[in-house]
Design a binder for this molecule. Structure first.
Ligand code: NAD
Ligand code: IPM
Ligand code: MN
Length: 350
């Protein structure tokens, strides 16, 4: 039996409800494949912040640096400003562990209604740049209390940073359907985007087998809604990729299904796996959160850890419960609780 050490951070809100579901599925599929998980559960969260004044301990990152992976639910609570909770936990993990690729696959499962007609064959991956771009540390708020008060944030794009994420996207497309769409805004207004385009074009030259095009982010959003089946891999900057991943997830039926993998491709640090959705304070505490985002996320973690078949089995169980039963959570039009839905899904592991 291979045992993986997982740093488990359920976090806040529905993070507390969906991570147990993901662990149930991991344990069940692991048993079938000779894989075990040893979870170090960490209480890093807004609740911890409220009690102790910090989202995680001062040496938090060192405590998880040698784990095989980080599995996270969601971070954020209405009682704590988001910039405090996010810069106190999620963003430092992504940056310190050089998780510069954020992979966000999207597809429409049989049995799930897309709000978009003709979206059934949609099957794409958003490759989001995850450590620089618009989410930079350069800037701040100045002049509080003065009429000149301002907030400034510099976007930071580096040649190395754009090259490596673009290269990941083109390589991935080469193993999929051979097409990359690069999200841009290069019509001269946003200074960083012509640079992004230039670097992506350079990377494209070293992947002659992959076709690609650039699309302006505004028009791209419209096309994702009007004709979602034509995309394969979409590569975007940190903010564009963030927005595109909720948009594509909603087009596929629910943001409650969407998974994400914050990957450190060099594997010199652990990668982090978390659903695309947040802590959903509007539904938390009621046991009705859709666990599929967290469960599919667990499948991405299995794949990253080298257990391809186990990962495929989990995806198969998601497809199975959706296609063969009416059981689902309210976001998908059902009445099942998170736990019942997970139990039903486990019957489709095979
Ligand atoms: P959200 O994703 O938490 O919720 C958006 C909407 O989707 C809500 O109506 C919610 O009920 C619904 N939803 C989300 N996940 C669902 C699920 N699994 N099942 C059913 N419905 C689901 O986004 P938000 O409201 O913008 O943010 C809430 C908090 O979460 C904020 O503090 C935000 O900063 C944080 N957040 C954290 C992460 C993360 O930890 N990775 C991601 C996004 C947002
Ligand atoms: C996500 C989230 C985060 C992001 C927030 C909570 C900082 O929206 O993971 O998609 O924008 O990266
Ligand atoms: Mn997001």
């Amino acid at each position: 039996v291979t045992t993986h050490r997982i740093a488990l951070i359920p976090g806040d809100g529905i993070g507390q409800e969906v991570t147990p579901a993901a662990c149930r599925v991991l344990d069940a599929v692991g048993k079938r494949h000779g894989v075990a998980f040893s979870y170090d559960e960490l209480d890093w969260s807004c609740a911890r912040y409220t009690e102790l004044g910090a989202m995680m301990p001062a040496d938090g990152l060192d405590r998880i640096r040698h784990h095989d992976a980080v599995l996270l639910g969601a971070v954020g609570d209405p009682s704590v400003p988001d910039h405090v909770s996010l810069w106190g936990l999620l963003i430092p993990i992504r940056r310190t562990f050089r998780q510069y690729v954020n992979l966000r696959p999207v597809k429409v499962f049989e049995g799930v209604d897309s709000p978009v007609r003709g979206a059934e064959l949609m099957d794409l991956v958003v490759v989001r740049e995850n450590v620089e771009g618009e989410y930079s540390e350069v800037g701040g708020r100045f002049g509080t209390g003065f009429p000149e008060e301002m907030a400034v944030q510099e976007s930071v794009f580096t040649r190395a940073g754009v090259t490596r994420v673009a290269d990941y996207a083109f390589t991935l497309a080469g193993r999929r359907h051979g097409h990359v769409t690069s999200a841009t805004k290069s019509n001269g207004i946003v200074h960083t985007m012509p640079f992004w385009d230039e670097v992506v074009a350079e990377v494209a030259r070293s992947h002659p087998d992959v076709a690609w095009r650039s699309e302006h982010i505004d028009a791209l959003c419209a096309k994702v809604v009007l004709d979602p089946v034509r995309f394969d891999v979409i590569v975007g900057s940190n903010l564009f990729g963030d927005i595109l991943s909720d948009l594509t997830a909603a087009v596929a039926g629910s943001i409650g299904i969407a998974p994400s993998a914050n990957i450190n491709p060099e594997r010199d640090f652990p990668s982090m796996f978390e659903p695309v959705h947040g802590s959903a304070p509007d539904i938390s505490g009621r046991g009705i959160a859709n666990p599929l985002g967290a469960i599919w996320t667990a499948a991405l973690m299995l794949d990253h850890l080298g257990h391809r078949e186990a990962a495929a089995e989990v995806e198969g169980a998601i497809a199975g419960v959706l296609a063969k039963t009416p059981i689902r959570t309210p976001d998908l039009g059902g009445t099942a609780k998170t736990g019942e839905f997970t139990t039903a899904l486990l019957e489709h592991l095979s």
